[in-house]
Design a protein around this ligand. Sequence first.
Ligand code: ADP
Ligand code: TRP
Length: 333
Amino acid sequence: MTSKRVLSGIQPTGNLHLGNYLGAIKNFVTMQNDYECFYMLADLHAITVSVNPDELRENILNTAATFLACGLDEKKNIIFCQSQVQAHSELSWILNCIARVGWLNRMTQFKEKAGSNKEKASVGLYTYPILMAADILIYQATHVPVGEDQKQHLELCRDIATKFNNDYKSDFFTIPEPIIPKSVARIMSLRDGTKKMSKSEESDLSRINLTDSKDQIMQKVKKAKTDSEPINERILALDTKRYEAQNLIKIYASLNSESPEKIIKNFDGKSFSDFKNSLAELLVEKISPISDKIKEYKNDKEQLIKILKNGNEQASNTANKTIIEVKKIVGLI
Ligand code: ADP
Ligand code: TRP
């Protein structure tokens, strides 16, 4: 086994947005040069809520196209579909028997996603973090790049791996480390700086999709909520209530790979209307080439299917080795 191995995944549930890009995919791209990387379309996670099969099929290919358009190289990484590597589901069952109900009951994402009607949520939505642990552990991943909202799931994965190792008196599973970008761990909605930018948010004005046109980007930035104060260093103070202002500064900084402090210095004393013009230009410069490439990749579905098929085979080779070992350790003959 190599010493540094990365696994991460994104659910193919719709168009990916700036939060997914800055919080996760940008890191995937950086890591491809230094690590052996497995990047997965988490399609089994996508069916924990009801989805239309035709839409799911379409979204799987869209998300694969987005990975490639953002700069993930299929020759350097293993890009694959979770549902096509059976060992994920097999390990998930075994880990279901390791994880404790009390641990799952603490998961905040389930509480948020299930909302007030928990009894009607699927069992899959509840056990979702266990499948996620299986995704990671089946590759013995050492590092997992994710946005901050997945941190709790990563901690659960570490607890499951540790309990397995203790229960079976082995050091079989590698305990993975999360990689969470500091300043952009959570990109917020353009309409409400207290909510995260999300595919599931109703208003499309709340997010920049990676498929947005130049005009859409310009319009969304123009309409983004801000406040009437000029730009100054207080924006970053911990006790600030200027959530929207803070978010826009962080987006600019992250797109330009600079610190928020530096951006504030450059725009010190300027109004948000001036800043928004520069931000819109920067977003168009960074996002438009991605959106053009997504279109190109989507036009060649056969090529996308071929890339995934190849990735599925390679991922299966590694995953199958782990599940054989796990079964032996557990006593499944
Ligand atoms: P969504 O919440 O929009 O459905 P996913 O749950 O599929 O997105 O998230 C895919 C990846 O993108 C995860 O690593 C997640 O942490 C990251 N991510 C999602 N939304 C954001 C955000 N607003 N800011 C930073 N990272 C995000
Ligand atoms: N749960 C993650 C999300 O919604 C997606 C995911 C599934 C994942 N399996 C994973 C992320 C394994 C990292 C590692 O964003």
